[in-house]
Design a binder for this molecule. Structure first.
Ligand code: 2PG
Ligand code: MG
Length: 438
């Protein structure tokens, strides 16, 4: 049980919970929550927002109507003021699991639609920051406790497509992973060079159209595979060895163009085509053979369990098959997919679940099954760097944040540079042998 207000010492007693409306990287309103203890410790966090969302995610509470395209969050803010703040004031800020359970109970819906996943996640993360501050520790250290902490291997977007680039490419994220880098700083250095090289190659080819939602280049290719060819060339142009130093990671985000085992691609091989589940799997498996791809996310749609299982088996144990839309940071969904042989790695996005406690449960479920996990940002982000602390503090070995441009992304990479200065392992990354491609 949570302590009654009178028995909680001022250092840990929640004195105020303040919600405010701030703006995200797409210029849309979002929710910020600031928690203060009676002794003056403060914690603050901002809800991110997805664009290619899984159908089972916690739902953001948005106002609808015409203002800001219906994305305003005044009702979510009002719910924090009216229901969440009064319930939390006086409680022990360090009792994260109990406070998160209280948030879930206050909402009372299966999809967090009454108070909003945005209200819940901003509150849950702000509580964690305030608890860490009240203990005088950085959030990563508060979460890690006595466990060893290490920086995660970054997964960084170079080209954006799909729902983040007006559907210009069918695939959503063309990312790089510095598989040969021993430390965080080297991984960022190499990625910066690949990003620059990719921009130059695109501009020279007359195919650079700006940047997509997560800061990756928005390329005007006629065919998804051209992006793979150019990304491989960009790694080489940066003086790095494809597959040895830097490898490719893809988020197909197939739920965006497929349902019921049928996939409508605008540029499967340069022309519109409808593919069956098995045909899409064959197309992707061909790319795995021809390009240095080590990780592939949502290769088939969230409703295509059989297709996901068949693809995971065909790709083999050296390929990381990441599930996002199908498992939406839910422990029970991760268990169900693992039982079916679908996927081997879970994407962990706190706002898909709603609270940190549920996100941690999803992470623990994936670990218990022998799956790996990746903490991930959303396509709509802010200066909030909580996810970097979660990855380090929870001992997650990989982190996906978007590209190597735009400050809502760079804030996360830069936070890793600060955290590394305090870690006993310094900037070291998990050894290559820790990963399927090792
Ligand atoms: C994803 C994320 C990040 P969104 O699909 O993994 O790329 O996108 O936040 O739009 O769901
Ligand atoms: Mg995804």
């Amino acid at each position: 049980m949570t302590d009654t207000p009178s028995s909680v010492p001022p250092t840990r007693r929640i004195a105020s919970v303040q919600a405010r409306r701030v703006w995200d990287s797409r210029g849309r309103p979002t929710v910020e929550v600031e928690v203060a203890t009676a002794a003056g410790a403060r914690g603050r966090a901002i809800a991110p927002a997805g664009a290619s969302t899984g159908s089972g995610e916690a739902v953001d509470l948005r106002d609808g109507g015409v203002a800001f395209g219906g994305h305003d969050v005044r009702r979510a803010i009002a719910g924090i003021d009216a229901s969440i703040a009064p319930a939390l004031v006086g409680r022990d800020v360090s009792a994260q699991a109990e406070l998160d359970a209280m948030l879930v109970a206050l909402d009372g819906t299966h999809d967090r639609s009454r108070l909003g996943g945005n209200a819940l996640v901003a509150t849950s993360m702000a509580l964690a920051h305030a608890a860490a501050a009240s203990a005088g520790r950085p959030l990563w250290a508060w979460l890690a406790g006595d466990a060893p902490a290490m920086l995660p291997l970054p997964e960084i977007q170079i080209f954006g497509g799909g729902a983040h680039a007006g559907g210009r490419l069918d695939l959503q994220d063309f990312m790089v992973v510095a598989v040969g880098a021993d430390d965080w700083r080297t991984a960022l250095d190499w990625t910066a060079e690949v990003y620059r090289a990719a921009g130059r190659l695109l501009a020279d080819a007359g195919r650079l159209q700006g940047v997509a939602d997560e800061g990756g280049f928005w390329p005007a290719f006629d065919d998804n595979e051209q992006a793979l060819t150019m990304l491989t060339r960009a790694i080489e142009a940066a003086g790095l060895r494809p597959g040895e130093d830097v490898a490719i990671s893809l988020d197909i985000a197939a739920s965006n163009f497929g349902r019921g085992g049928r996939y409508r691609m605008a540029r499967a091989d340069g022309r519109p085509r409808e593919l069956e589940s098995g045909e899409l799997a064959e197309l992707l498996l061909g790319w795995l053979r021809r390009y240095p791809v080590v990780s592939i996310e949502d290769p088939l749609a969230e409703d295509d369990l059989a297709g996901l299982a068949a693809f995971t088996a065909a790709a083999g144990p050296r390929v990381q098959v990441v599930l996002d839309d199908a498992v939406v940071t839910s422990a029970s969904r991760i268990r169900a997919h693992a039982a079916a042989g679908a996927g081997n790695t879970a994407l962990i996005k706190p706002n898909q679940a709603g609270t940190l406690t549920e996100s941690l449960a999803a992470l623990e479920a994936s670990r218990a099954l022998g799956w790996d996990a990746i903490v991930s940002a959303r396509s709509g982000e802010t200066e909030d760097t909580t996810i970097v602390h979660l990855a380090v503090g929870w001992g997650v070995r990989q982190l996906k944040v978007g590209s190597f441009a735009r400050s809502e992304r760079m804030a996360k990479w830069n936070e890793g540079l600060r955290i590394g200065e305090s870690l006993s392992e310094g900037f070291a990354l998990p050894p290559r042998s820790a990963f399927p491609w090792g």
